[in-house]
Design a protein around this ligand. Structure first.
Ligand code: ZN
Length: 214
């Protein structure tokens, strides 16, 4: 399988990418992970990426593409799930060129869809302990005593980033960034929209139903 997985924050993209990787023996390729890996291995592009990261700057498109291309070549014939990449049209075009050169074009682009109110509900339920940093969630992982950390007893904090207003802003930024990419892949006939609400297993089944037979 050779797919790209898109989904807004809170859609469960990382979870589904991991499940698909396991099910199909494919490699999950997340930009953050391969950047860190290239930096740790001190590859030529890794060192280049590090020079931007050390200055607190965004790693530019051409460096991200070079690192992703290295990784795609390295995994050989294994399938892959791209998670969080590409992010821009130039990255998408460069990815197409690199994959065509390897004779492994993309098969599908899966777009996980979750209603905005549901995402706000999921994301705004996060709480964190300011002391030991333990994360909680009011629905899926509530503390034993409301508002108190199970581990150290400190008062839990609802971070500014996790307030509904900030979450709606993040979702808007995501939507604006991703819309041109989704159009790009729709134009190539590769885009499939999958409803990503309900049980994790049901969402996985919906994705699998869209995939080409192995
Ligand atoms: Zn704590």
């Amino acid at each position: 399988m050779r797919i790209v997985l898109f989904g807004p924050p809170g859609a469960g993209k990382g979870t589904q990418a991991s499940l698909l990787a396991e099910k199909y023996g494919a490699e999950r390729i997340a930009t953050g992970d391969i950047l860190r890996e290239a930096v740790a291995k001190q590859t030529p592009v890794g060192l280049k990426a590090k020079s931007y990261m050390d200055r607190g700057e965004l790693v530019p498109d051409d460096v991200v593409i070079a690192i992703a291309s290295d990784k795609l070549a390295e995994i050989g014939d294994a399938g892959f799930i791209l998670d969080g990449f590409p992010r821009t049209i130039p990255q998408a075009e460069a990815l197409d060129a690199a994959l065509n050169e390897l004779g492994k074009p993309l098969e599908l682009v899966v777009n996980l869809e979750v209603d905005e109110d549901e995402l706000v509900r999921r994301l705004s339920g996060r709480r964190v302990c300011p002391g030991c940093k333990e994360p909680y969630h009011v629905d899926s992982k509530p503390p034993k005593t409301e508002g108190k950390c199970d581990l150290c007893g400190a008062d839990l904090v609802h971070r500014d980033d996790d307030q509904p207003e900030a979450i709606r802003n993040r979702l808007n930024v995501y939507g604006n960034q991703t819309a041109p990419l989704l159009d790009y892949y729709a134009g190539k006939g590769l885009r499939r929209d999958v409803e990503a609400t309900g049980e994790i297993k049901d969402i996985l089944d919906r994705i699998v139903a869209e995939l080409p037979p192995p």
